[in-house]
Design a protein around this ligand. Structure first.
Ligand SMILES: [Zn+2]
Length: 340
């Protein structure tokens, strides 16, 4: 098969790779129907995360089960499936509590590289969810979005305790931030403030349900949120960037007793203990337990009540993966979908 491999920052190659095979009896092999480039793929691409050896890329996938190991019960060859980027057994105490991304037997589902024609998914029963029959091709981008960015934005909203009638602020206007806006709307928030300085992203945020746009960042952004909420701050803040500035902007935008859901992969974030102590806010975040939300998200997509696939504003054939990275790196695209 062929797939995308990173050799060095800025160096993505699409090349011949060995076909994945069943290694453990709980594995499944998926024929990829659609995959995409993640904001987090840009960390190694930009050299912020080291690239020590050539590594297969991609951890977002939707596709058809080609082969299932002998222990796999919940999916079978021919099923159209979506899975989380973290493989989980679904049976340990952590999974049962809904934190499958930190399963006691967790494996990175993208280890084999989902930006390829085939992918081996470990722990298939606890990781994959089948759609109700073969999906309409028009739904595939939205189903693919559920595999990471939608599931992650949704977890951000749940972790931030978004509820009907509440005011929500979203820090970050990448695909996850935009889909956190959609999640907040679906969860009934009354006011959703998207913090964004980029016009096409503001437009999509408004389509997904944002009621207000704040263009200021850092302390000025915090001051705007306070001003808009009677001086209190937001009930719920979703952090979807992962930098020191965005994390502090999120914590300072929340009211005392409020909730921050942080889902941007943290890079060099250090929290000041004393400020945190007196902020008196709830903090919950981490790699999203996407698997917890998948059955619900798939149903909402199949009913056409949500259309998260709109975050893909660039679609390319898989063999042009390198251009997909470049477009996102240069902010010409919010998110690139790749068709094998
Ligand atoms: Zn588990």
């Amino acid at each position: 098969m062929r797939g995308a491999v990173i050799y060095a920052p800025g160096d993505i190659r699409f090349e011949e790779r060995p076909d994945p095979t069943i290694v453990a009896p709980a594995d499944a092999i998926i024929r990829i129907a659609a995959t995409c480039v993640c904001g987090s793929d840009l960390w190694p691409y930009r050299g912020i995360e080291p690239v020590r050896r050539p590594s297969p890329m991609g951890h977002e996938y939707a596709g058809i089960v080609e082969e299932a190991g002998r222990e796999v019960r919940s999916v079978k060859p021919g099923d159209f499936v979506i899975g989380s980027f973290m493989a989980s057994d679904g049976t340990c105490e952590i999974c049962k509590a809904g934190y499958q991304s930190r399963c006691a037997h967790v494996e990175f589902a993208g280890a084999g590289g989902a930006q390829a024609e085939y992918l081996r998914v470990p722990l298939a029963d606890g990781t994959l969810v089948a759609t109700h029959g073969q999906p309409d091709p028009g739904l595939i981008p939205s189903l693919l979005a559920a595999s990471d960015v939608l599931g992650t934005g949704w977890f951000g909203a749940v972790a931030a305790d978004v509820r009907p009638g509440k005011t929500v602020a979203v820090v970050g206007d990448g695909a996850v931030g935009l889909l956190a806006v959609l999640a907040a709307r679906e969860l009934g928030a009354e006011r959703i403030i998207a913090m964004s300085r980029h016009e096409p992203r503001q437009k999509l945020a408004l389509e997904f349900g944002a009621t207000d746009i704040v263009t200021e960042r850092g302390d000025e952004g915090v001051a705007r949120i306070k001003e808009m909420t009677g001086g209190y701050g937001a009930h719920s803040v979703i952090e979807a960037v992962g930098t020191q500035e965005s994390m502090m902007q999120a914590i300072r935008s929340a009211r005392p007793g409020g909730h921050v859901g942080y889902v941007g992969v943290a890079h060099g974030v250090q929290l000041p203990g004393e400020e945190l102590f007196f902020a008196e806010v709830h903090l919950l975040g981490g790699p999203a337990p996407v698997r917890r939300f998948l059955p619900d998200l798939i149903s909402r997509i199949e009913n056409r009540s949500i259309d998260p696939g709109k975050v893909f504003d660039l679609t390319l054939p898989l063999d042009q993966a390198a251009e997909g990275y470049r477009a996102m790196d240069e902010r010409r695209a919010i998110k690139t979908l790749l068709w094998p």
